[in-house]
Design a protein around this ligand. Structure first.
Ligand code: GLN
Length: 313
């Protein structure tokens, strides 16, 4: 692989240095006890441009819990399985509510607002599970991640999955509520088991940025030439990431960063600069909406310096 363009490498290095020195680091998630072990001083950044050149900074090769970032990939898989019929099970409007909120579900008869809030992602997982044993469905999700990241060593952190299973009372409530409306087809325990495990996939920034490349390049991973989804579907997944990828922080993320992005409570963010780059950042401290505090700040600095916001320079 060729060396990254000098500007990109320098900018990634500068931003990494700036982030490492900042005192404001947000709060590490503790509601999944195992995530509380993350080091708030960690910071990683990986950018892969259209030519396939990679610029990395800090802890870009340290695996972390991808949590809700996995929802981009389960959405992609479920759309591949049942196509646009998926949108009967889950909406695609921003929720304006926290990621684990239950309030809209009752008013909207168990149909979650979008595939990235927890309820919506659980409904998507249920679609992937249908017709399979939980182990098979999970294997399919993991193999999909490995294939996209071009790395068969990616695994699930079983301690994180078990920790969320022990404490996932809210997600259990959401799933039972949806089941009562007939929105879930499978036993709630099975669906949640697969959901907790795909959230517990551990990946580094470099692996995540690699896995996201198809979204930056009209559905095709330029490294393999393999078409993952059609250009239209890639565009639409990016649209849902832009409007819903940061929960009730999605407006602020679009305002400041200006890219489709998906965050996870492990402190990761996958961001897509269409036609230009796939970007992953990781800093475990979160803001009040549950999105990586320094991750967002780093992405804002990056898009500003490179003129990469989809809304202009
Ligand atoms: N597994 C986490 C949960 O369900 C994912 C939430 C997130 O990353 N925002 O609470």
């Amino acid at each position: 692989m060729s060396e990254p363009a000098p500007d990109l490498a320098r900018i990634v290095r500068e931003i990494t240095d700036e982030m490492r020195d900042r005192p404001d680091r947000g709060e590490v998630a503790t509601y999944i006890p195992e995530l509380a072990r993350a080091d708030p001083r960690a910071f990683g950044l990986a950018v892969i441009d259209a030519a396939g050149t990679v610029a990395v900074g800090g802890d870009a090769d340290v695996p972390f819990s991808i949590q809700s970032i996995s929802k981009v990939f389960t959405l992609t898989l479920a759309l591949g399985m049942i196509g646009d019929r998926l949108w009967r099970r889950v909406g695609r409007e921003p929720s304006g509510n926290p990621f684990n909120s239950i309030v809209q579900l009752e008013l909207e008869r168990g149909v979650p607002r979008n595939p990235f809030i927890n309820a919506g992602a659980i409904a998507v997982t249920d679609v992937i599970l249908s017709g399979h044993q939980p182990r098979e469905a999970l294997g399919e999700i993991l193999r999909f991640m490995q294939a996209l990241a071009l790395d068969p060593t990616i695994t699930i952190d079983e301690a994180v999955a078990a920790s969320e299973k022990r404490t996932g009372f809210r997600n259990t409530a959401l799933a039972n509520f949806m089941r009562s409306f007939g929105v879930l087809d499978n036993p709630v325990d099975y669906t949640l088991g697969v959901y907790f495990h795909h959230c517990a996939i551990a990946m580094s920034c470099r692996q995540l940025a690699t896995a996201g490349r198809f979204l930056a390049h009209s559905g095709r991973n330029p490294a393999t030439g393999h078409s993952v989804v059609s250009p239209e579907r890639a565009r639409r997944i990016n649209a849902v990431m832009l409007t819903c990828g940061h929960y009730d922080g999605s407006g602020e993320f679009a305002y400041r960063v200006g890219l489709p992005g998906k965050s996870g409570v492990g402190g990761g963010i996958l961001a897509i600069a269409p036609g230009k780059a796939s970007i992953a950042v990781w800093s475990p401290g979160l803001d009040a909406a549950g999105n990586s505090h320094l991750g967002r700040i780093a992405l804002e600095a990056l898009t500003k310096r490179l003129g990469w916001s989809i809304f202009g320079v």
